[in-house]
Design a protein around this ligand. Structure first.
Ligand SMILES: *Cc1c(COP(=O)(O)O)cnc(C)c1O
Length: 224
């Protein structure tokens, strides 16, 4: 199947209100353009350098999402154009994004990454840390970031029940935070980013509003 066929098949499975992020990391510009020509505008990358190169080369109405772990010293490279940063996992990182947003006179949309997997390899905050961040004076004073929701990755396992439990726990945290924190100029909890090629059906059932799908659209990745 072509990239276009894969994309249209997945779009047909996803309800209108769920945003599809086409994860194009490691894939060439030609593959991205094929998806673009089939109507896709939101793409996800996990390396800032690669995303910046693609942003420079490709149509300017593409919305670039940073879905990978972000190093603070690299925020500046994507600050002029990034449309959503999924992996914000500390107040320190959010402060750097605020600083770079100010420098570029824009508000940078962010999701806070929550650690839901039973693996140490995945990044993210726990419920207490995210609550502290949202309640902090430092966050309340920021004017160049907007926290729009949460992101999480389930454990890499065949156990569908475990994946479902992890996504459900994230959805519950999301609801609790929405009740606890009313919307402000820099906070509007509306996006729950969870689900990848192997588990997006489970994630959508658990309440995902944004799925990040790579290999099911572009084919398996070769890392070398
Ligand atoms: C690579 C990646 C994806 C997409 O993975 P697939 O299994 O290819 O769909 C989604 N989210 C994150 C954070 C990723 O790094």
């Amino acid at each position: 199947m072509s990239v276009k066929d894969n994309l249209l098949k997945i779009k047909a499975e996803i309800p209108q209100e769920v945003t599809l992020v086409a994860v194009s990391k490691t894939k060439p510009n030609e593959a991205i353009l094929e998806a673009y020509e089939a109507g896709q505008r939101v793409f996800g990358e996990n390396k800032i350098q690669e995303m910046t190169d693609k942003w420079e080369a490709l149509p300017k109405d593409i919305q670039w999402h940073m879905i990978g772990h972000v190093q603070r010293n690299k925020v500046k490279y994507m600050a002029p154009f990034v449309s959503l940063i999924h992996g914000v996992d500390s107040l320190k990182l959010l402060k750097e994004i605020e600083k770079q947003g100010k420098k570029h006179d824009r508000v940078i949309s962010c999701l806070l990454q929550i650690h839901i997997a039973k693996e140490d390899t995945k990044f993210g905050m726990d419920a207490e840390e995210v609550t502290q961040l949202l309640a902090s004076d430092e966050f309340s004073q920021m004017q160049h970031v907007k926290v729009e929701g949460l992101m999480g990755m389930a454990t890499f396992t065949e156990d569908k029940n475990q994946i479902e439990e992890e996504f459900k726990s994230l959805a519950i945290l999301f609801d609790n935070l929405k009740n606890e924190f009313t919307a402000t100029q820099n906070l509007d909890l509306k996006t729950l980013s969870m689900g990848m090629s192997g588990d997006y059906q489970i994630a959508m059932k658990a309440g995902s509003t944004m799925v990040r799908i790579g290999s099911s659209i572009f084919g398996a990745r070769n890392y070398n």
